[in-house]
Design a protein around this ligand. Sequence first.
Ligand SMILES: [Zn+2]
Length: 625
Amino acid sequence: MLKQLIVLLLVVGSIAPLHSQSLYTPREIQKAYNQATRSPDGKPGKNYWQNYGRYNIQVTALPPDRTIKGTEQITYVNNSPDTLKSLNMKLIINIHRPGAARVRPADDDYLTPGMQIDAFTVNTQPIKWNNHKANSTNQEVKLPTPLLPHDSVKLDIAFHYEISLKSGREGMIDPNTFYLAYFYPRVSVYDDYNGWDKLEFTDYQEFYNDFNDYTLKITVPKDYVVWATGTLQNPKEVLQPEFAKRLQASFTSDSTIHVATLADMTSKKVTQQNATNTWVWTAGNISDMAVGISDHYVWDAASVLVDDATHRRASMQAAFADTSKDFHRSVQNGRNALNLLSHQWPGVPYPFPKMTAFQGEADMEYPMMVNDNSDKDLRFAQFVQDHEIAHTYFPFYMGINESRYAFMDEGWATTMELLMATTEIGKAAAEAAYKKFRVKDWTANATTSQELPIITPSNEQKAGYGNNAYVKPSLSYLALKEMLGDDLFKKCLHTYMDRWNGKHPMPWDYFNTMNDASGKKLNWFFNNWFFTHNYIDLKIAGVSNNAGVYQISIDNVGGFAIPYDIIVSYTDGSWDSFHQSPAVWEVNQKNMVLNVKGVKTIKSVKLESGIFMDANEKDNVWVAK
Ligand SMILES: [Zn+2]
């Protein structure tokens, strides 16, 4: 269309110095700045520290017997400047205890006696442990002698638990298929801003873990295959030669290799024929381990180039019931996801050697694994798998405290899922799905809980958790991407990821890094999106004509600084679209005026905000009388 118009953007109304505003910073974060563990420019401070554990775990699972037995040796290193008189142990499995605090009711089939500690020694000294003491997912252990700064302590623990009949994020999938997660006692995070993480797990908000090194040995009966986080160290000891060979071949194959078909599994020739086999896995600098076990799941695998500089490939594997149509596509969908994540958004080579999709009932991410439901809608199955795989970066590459600030991982996974879908099914279809599945319900939900500021700690939320963890932050990331442009946004995102991968970033580390890396003062934007009760609602306040210049006045009723288009139609049948970046709200967040100078007569004006769905579209249209 020929541009005959001179367009001016003028801002009227009260001009407040919003661009120089500072963000609300809690006293615990202020303390971290004072101690120089974090830096106000968004970098880890010169005194940054985090604690570390070396875990050697041995677990025996003999399905259909539901008792999981384990022993573990933990070397826990105190890198903090503090003397620790006790340790806080995380026992997430206690969520199954009848008396556990839960955000929602539990079925009888979900209940078990929880984690049972059979022996617990600290530096070989036995500690008295009372399994009936509490239904908590935390238990404090008083140390016989305090753990000094830069010293370590050795824990020896024997434990067992009953895997629940009803599966949640872990549990029994069928009598011969188990999913083990949070299956070993671990030391909680002790950090620089909050000390011991003692938040109760209530089956809602997610996790917060240190980066540890693991060796995991899983003993199962013959004919059971084990899939787990990490690298399998002994394929030839546990698999028959043909199957070890097929697995090896998949590490350089683009096309899917059926490592074990249903016929292979049924004929019981996949594993070595010892009474039991012990599968050995290792993973370093990782926040958790998860395990899938089955005697009838089929096993697909291939791999994909994830790092062009080093030519590194990542293995993509899937374990599932042969009847699940969607999972037969899982490996190729996963290769596509690993490729897009590595090369487009976030555009950081997939940081692990492997990903396994395991059919379960969780739609949940674990390091190097996802546990997803089967879905008859093949596109939806891919969408869910994309989301869970995207979590690799947030929270597993970046050590997010999901328990307190879920938007730091869910918001990004939701954003990545849209960006991946854009390549997979095209922009229009991807945005339609994002609106339908993510944004629509929030837009329509006019309740106080939904309008709590995103920064509200996740553990203090209930009804508002979903939209505050997923939808609103995802829209903020997309609005910022639009405002900065793809190149600068990616540069800033990479700066944040470079600074904080393998560490524990807080929301303020993200805000400050984006300011620092962009060279812009974005606090007005972060204040607008994360610290207010805003929602999305624009309104055409009026259209007037002064001496041949039209003034289109837009009120931002909901308040969020969103991008949108002003569509102007003229009496001669032509029209113009004026795109507005979120930057238009920097100086005045309540109102803006678009001046349109030209010879044409305006017939109507319409506002369109796409995925930034407007809560009241009725006032987005103006028609000349
Ligand atoms: Zn998620």
